[in-house]
Design a protein around this ligand. Structure first.
Ligand code: PBG
Ligand code: ZN
Length: 322
């Protein structure tokens, strides 16, 4: 290379030329917007650490979903805050559970919007863990049956896709079998394949009222130090029948997104989690960063790393700008 024969700045000289050689583009098609549904009527309770995000009763959820759809966002992912929590998280798989009622209402009103459901127990259990607890341990196999029941009850209510987020071993296969047996062989599974035990979930646990009441999630969610293990986890979920695999969180794990992009051909999702959202919002409020610019750069980086889909609390804001 004979400097300055090649000058990289030539292709940066104007907005037009930058547009022509741009490698990555964000699109509203990439976004999945998380929503929290709670009991009651007319409830629209803002989540303190997640400005612009709310706990919504079913009637309010339907309005919010209509707005999401009108912005061109193709999908939402639903989280439920049940009336009662118990040891076995029965609200998770009750036919008249909060998420099941929400799905039915959405399907009656907001046609075309893809309704994905988070399949997990932590929002529904009194102990706040993602599985069945015995003597302070989180049991794997007894949890699988409950997750499968939850997924089938979501599908029966009309869910377009289910997304297991529990990190129990073998749950994708159990859920696939149960869905197929119940006649839902066309319902895709988006597996939280690579989900780390992350401190970035803090604001979500306020939103979903789901912090573990004892201990932590480190015996089932992945160690943030591990990358090679991410390949094994993704491989297992794919073998078990996952249609889409997910990495979570996103921004501190861009290397993992890239790794999975290179290893697998399946559609890859990344969850830009609550703590990632909250940090940008907080810094913007303090006037320390330009929140809008940082948001767009962050989402672009997640896509550039290799994500096809981004679950993000920024979806509405970003959609308005794109
Ligand atoms: C439930 C679940 C969590 C998130 C998504 N599904 C919380 C957790 O595992 O503690 C986190 C999402 C976010 O932080 O935005 N298992
Ligand atoms: Zn959980």
């Amino acid at each position: 290379m004979f400097f300055p024969r090649y000058r990289p700045r030539r292709l940066r000289a104007s907005a037009e030329i930058r547009r022509m050689v741009r490698e990555t583009r964000l699109s509203v098609d990439d976004f999945i917007y998380p929503l929290f549904v709670c009991p009651g009527e007319g409830v629209r309770r803002e989540i303190g650490s997640m400005p612009g995000n709310f706990q919504l009763s079913v009637d309010e959820l339907v309005k919010e979903a209509a707005e999401v759809k009108s912005l061109g966002i193709p999908a939402i992912i639903l989280f439920g805050i049940p009336e009662h929590k118990d040891e076995m998280g029965t609200g998770a798989y009750a036919d008249d559970g909060i998420v099941q009622r929400a799905i039915r209402a959405l399907k009656e009103t907001t046609g075309g919007l893809q309704v994905i459901t988070d399949v997990c127990l932590c929002e529904y259990t009194s102990h706040g863990h993602c599985g069945v607890v015995e003597d302070g341990r989180i049991l794997n196999d007894p949890t699988l049956d409950l997750l499968a029941r939850e997924a089938v009850s979501h599908a029966r209510a009309g869910a377009d896709m289910v997304a297991p987020s529990d990190m129990m071993d073998g749950r994708v296969e159990m859920i696939r079998d149960a869905l197929d047996e119940a006649g839902f062989d066309r319902t895709p599974i988006m597996a939280y394949a690579v989900k780390y035990a992350s401190a970035y979930y803090g604001p979500f646990r306020e939103a979903a009222e789901s912090p573990p009441q004892f201990g932590d999630r480190k015996s089932y969610q992945m160690d943030p130090a591990n990358a090679r293990e991410a390949i094994r986890e993704a491989e297992l979920d794919i073998q078990e029948g996952a249609d889409i695999i997910m990495v979570k969180p996103a921004l501190p794990y861009l290397d993992i997104i890239r790794l999975l992009r290179e290893e697998f051909d399946h559609p890859l999702a990344a969850y830009n989690v609550s703590g990632e959202f909250a940090m940008i919002k907080a810094a913007d409020r303090l006037g320390w960063v330009d929140g809008t610019a940082v948001m767009l750069e962050t989402l672009l980086a997640i896509k550039r790393a290799g994500a096809d889909l981004i679950l993000t609390y920024f979806a509405k804001e970003a959609a308005k700008l794109l």
